[in-house]
Design a protein around this ligand. Structure first.
Ligand SMILES: NC(=O)c1ccc[n+]([C@@H]2O[C@H](COP(=O)([O-])OP(=O)(O)OC[C@H]3O[C@@H](n4cnc5c(N)ncnc54)[C@H](OP(=O)(O)O)[C@@H]3O)[C@@H](O)[C@H]2O)c1
Length: 247
C-alpha cells in the first residue's frame, strides 16, 4: 500500500525538518508515492534530495516571518494535503537534557520550548489555513512519549518533557479550532519510537536490543498509523505501533 494512500490524487505535501533523520525519511517515502505530486522539503540550510518532485526551501521555526513565507511558498500552486513537522531538539551545543531540577537553565529551557512547542504552534498558525478544505488532510507533528505526564515514571529531561507536553496541548487546541472550518483535517502528535538519528545518538546506550529503529522503519510505521486515522482521532497523540499515547 502506498504511503499516506488516503490523500487526494496529486497531493501537495510539506515536511518541516527535512534535514533531520526522521524528516528526511518522510521526504523520501512521500516523494516515492505516485499519488503525491509535490513534496516541499523545509530545513534551516536547505536540502538536496535529487528528485524533481522535491522542492527544497529554507525555514527557521524560531522566526515567524520565515514560517509565514514558508507557508505561502508551499501553498502557492495548490492547497496542502499533508504537513509533517519533524523539526525538534533535545540537545544542541551546551544544551543537554537535565538529569535533575538542579540542572535547569532558564535560557536553555526557553530555547527547547521555542523549537519544540512555540515553533510547531506557529507552523500550525500559518500552515493550517492553507490546507485543502474539501478532502482528508493531515497535520502531524513529531512529539515524544516522554511528553506524556501520565507516563512519566523516571523524571529528568524536564525541558524536553515539558516542551512535548506543551506541544501535545497546542495540537489538541489546534484540532478543536481547525475542525470548525476544516472538518476533514486530522491533527495529531506522533511518537516515532527510539530512532537512530543525531537527536538520540548520545542516549542510545540504554536502549534495549532491537528497540532502536532505523528512520526507515519508524517512518514506515508512522505512515501506516496516519493512514488508519480518522477526523475523530484529531487532537490525540499516537505511537509508531498505532496505540494512543496518554496525556
Ligand atoms: N530520534 C528519536 O528517537 C525521537 C524520539 C521521539 C521523538 N522524536 C522527535 O522527532 C523529531 C525529529 O527528530 P530526529 O530524531 O529526526 O532528530 P534530528 O535528526 O536531530 O532532526 C531534527 C530536525 O529539526 C530541525 N530543527 C532544529 N531546530 C530547528 C529550527 N529552529 N528551525 C527549523 N528546523 C529546526 C533540524 O534542522 P537543522 O538541520 O537545521 O538543524 C533537523 O531537521 C523531533 O521533534 C524529536 O523530538 C525523536
Amino acid at each position: 500500500m502506498p504511503v499516506l494512500s488516503k490523500l487526494s490524487i496529486a497531493a501537495n505535501v510539506a515536511v518541516i525538518g527535512a534535514s533531520g533523520g526522521i524528516g528526511g525519511e518522510f521526504v523520501r517515502q512521500l516523494s516515492a508515492a505516485e499519488h503525491i505530486a509535490q513534496v516541499h522539503a523545509f530545513s534551516r540550510a536547505g536540502t538536496d534530495f535529487a528528485d524533481d518532485k522535491v522542492l527544497s526551501h529554507t525555514i527557521d521555526i524560531t522566526d515567524e516571518d520565515s514560517i509565514r513565507h514558508a507557508a505561502l511558498a508551499a501553498s502557492a500552486e495548490a492547497p496542502l494535503d499533508a504537513v509533517i513537522v519533524a523539526a525538534g531538539m533535545l540537545h544542541a551545543g551546551s544544551i543537554q537534557p537535565e538529569k535533575s531540577l538542579a540542572q535547569i537553565d532558564p535560557q536553555a529551557m526557553l530555547e527547547v520550548m521555542q523549537v519544540n512547542a512555540v515553533g510547531p504552534a506557529l507552523v500550525a498558525k500559518h500552515f493550517l489555513p492553507r490546507m485543502r478544505r474539501d478532502a482528508r488532510t493531515v497535520f502531524a507533528a513529531l512529539s515524544a512519549r516522554v511528553g506524556s505526564i501520565a507516563d512519566n515514571r523516571l523524571g529528568g529531561w524536564a525541558s524536553y518533557r515539558a516542551s512535548k507536553a506543551a506541544l501535545n496541548m497546542l495540537l489538541k487546541t489546534a484540532a478543536i479550532e481547525q475542525a470548525r472550518r476544516f472538518p476533514e483535517c486530522i491533527i495529531v502528535g506522533l511518537h516515532p519510537g527510539t530512532v537512530n538519528t543525531c537527536l538520540s545518538k548520545p542516549f542510545q546506550r540504554r536502549v534495549p536490543e532491537g528497540q532502536l529503529f532505523t528512520p526507515e522503519k519508524s517512518v514506515t510505521h508512522l505512515c501506516r498509523v496516519i493512514d488508519g486515522l480518522s477526523p475523530t482521532d484529531s487532537g490525540r497523540c499516537f505511537a509508531w505501533d498505532g496505540n494512543a499515547v496518554d496525556y
